[in-house]
Design a protein around this ligand. Structure first.
Ligand code: AMP
Ligand code: MG
Length: 351
C-alpha cells in the first residue's frame, strides 16, 4: 500500500469528487475510514473478503469479533439478512438512519469473515451525510468497525483515525467531530425477546417505547464478563487509554471524596493522575488534572467527549485515571458501559 490520503470533507455538503474516489477504492477492495454520527468507521466492501481480512489485520482485531455492516437504506436489508422479522421493520422506520444496529440471521452471500463465522449479521444505516452518500456510491454493503486500533478508544475526530491508522489504509475522510460520540446500540433480534448486546446511542428507554417496559432484555455486563460473552466483542478490554482507569461508582459526593483521597496518595508518590468528573465539581479538583464529562444530568455531553478525553489523558501523560461513573439511565448507560470496559475490572464501589 502507498500513502494514506487524508481528505478534509464537508460534513453538510460533502464534495462529490472525494466521495466518488472513496467509493471506487471500496469497490476495488481498498479500505476507507469515514465519519458516522457515532464514531469513525473503517470500511471495506462485503464483496471483498480480502479487504475484510485486512480490516482485522490493520486494527489488530481478534478474529472472533464480528463487524457491523453499513447500508445506505433499509431497502438494501434483504441483500444482507436472510430473514427480516416484523420488529426490524418497525425499528428501522423509527431509528434508521441512526445509532441502532440490529443482529439478524445472515444471508449466505455475506462472507463468513464479516460476522466472524456466526450465522448472524449485525447491520445498520448510519445517520451521516458523508457515510450515506459514500455507501450509495459504493453500491455495496460496507463492513465497518470503529476506525481505531483494537483496544484503543474509538475515534470521534479525523485526527484520532490518523493517529491510529495513517499508513495502514488507503483513505481517511475527515469531516470533523462525530455527533453522538459512543457507538451504536447493538440489539439482537434473533431470539424470542429483543436483547441489548451493547448499550449505545438508541437507549433502552427508546426501545421500550416500541417493545414496552420489560420488553427488552439487557444483561448486566458484569455477569457477561464472568461467563461466556453474549456479544463476541464483550470479553476484551476496550476503549482503553494507556494509563489504568479506575471507575468510581456511587453517590456523587462520596465518589468525589474518594477520588480526592486517591489524588493525594498518587501525588505523594509523585504519580501524575487525571480525573474524569462532572462540570459541577470542577472546583473541587485541582486544575490541570481535571477533565470535564460535562453536566451530570446531560449524559449526551459525556458521550460526545468521552473517547476524546481518554486520548487526552494519555497525551497529558497521566499515569492513572479516576473516572466518576455516570448514572445508568438513558445515554448514561452507554457511557457507563464504555468506562466500565476501559476500567477492565478496576471498578470501585464507594456506596
Ligand atoms: P465496532 O464496530 O468496533 O463497534 O464493533 C462491533 C460490535 O458489534 C461488537 O461489539 C460486536 O461484538 C458486535 N457484533 C457484530 N456482529 C455481531 C453479531 N453477528 N452478533 C452479535 N454481535 C455482533
Ligand atoms: Mg470498536
Amino acid at each position: 500500500m502507498g500513502k494514506t490520503r487524508i481528505i478534509k470533507i464537508d460534513a453538510e455538503k460533502p464534495e462529490e469528487v472525494y466521495l466518488r474516489e472513496a467509493a471506487a477504492i471500496l469497490r476495488e477492495g481498498g479500505l476507507v475510514a469515514f465519519p458516522t454520527e457515532t464514531v469513525y468507521g473503517l470500511g471495506a466492501a462485503v464483496t471483498r473478503p480480502q479487504a475484510i481480512q485486512r480490516v482485522y489485520a490493520v486494527k489488530g482485531r481478534p478474529a472472533d469479533n464480528p463487524l457491523i455492516v453499513h447500508l445506505d437504506s433499509y431497502r438494501r436489508l434483504p441483500a444482507v439478512a436472510a430473514e427480516i422479522p416484523p420488529a426490524a421493520r418497525v425499528l428501522a422506520e423509527k431509528f434508521w438512519p441512526g445509532p441502532l444496529t440490529m443482529v439478524l440471521p445472515k444471508k449466505a452471500t455475506i462472507p463468513a469473515e464479516v460476522s466472524a463465522g456466526l450465522p448472524t449479521v449485525a447491520v445498520r444505516v448510519p445517520d451521516h451525510l458523508v457515510a450515506l452518500r459514500l455507501l450509495e456510491l459504493a453500491g455495496v454493503p460496507v463492513a465497518a468497525p470503529s476506525a481505531n486500533l483494537s483496544g484503543r478508544p474509538s475515534p470521534t475526530l479525523g485526527r484520532h483515525v490518523a493517529e491510529d491508522l495513517d499508513g495502514l489504509v488507503e483513505m481517511i475522510l475527515d469531516a470533523g467531530p462525530t455527533g453522538v460520540g459512543v457507538e451504536s446500540t447493538v440489539l439482537d433480534l434473533t431470539g424470542p425477546t429483543p436483547r441489548i448486546l451493547r448499550p449505545g446511542g438508541v437507549t433502552r428507554e427508546m426501545l421500550e417505547e416500541v417493545f414496552g417496559v420489560g420488553g427488552v432484555e439487557e444483561p448486566d455486563p458484569a455477569l457477561m464478563e464472568s461467563g461466556r460473552p453474549l456479544a463476541p466483542g464483550m470479553k476484551y478490554r476496550h476503549y482503553a487509554p494507556k494509563a489504568p482507569l479506575y471507575l468510581i461508582v456511587g453517590e456523587p459526593a462520596r465518589v468525589n471524596r474518594y477520588i480526592k483521597e486517591r489524588l493525594a496518595v498518587e501525588g505523594k508518590a509523585r504519580r501524575k493522575s487525571a480525573v474524569l468528573a462532572y462540570e459541577e465539581d470542577r472546583d473541587y479538583f485541582p486544575e490541570g488534572l481535571f477533565f470535564s464529562l460535562g453536566e451530570r444530568n446531560k449524559p449526551e455531553e459525556a458521550a460526545e467527549r468521552l473517547f476524546s478525553l481518554l486520548r487526552a489523558c494519555d497525551e497529558a501523560g497521566a499515569e492513572s485515571i479516576y473516572a466518576a461513573a455516570p448514572s445508568r439511565t438513558g445515554l448514561g448507560r452507554a457511557v457507563f458501559n464504555r468506562l466500565w470496559k476501559a476500567a477492565g475490572g478496576n471498578v470501585v464501589e464507594v456506596g
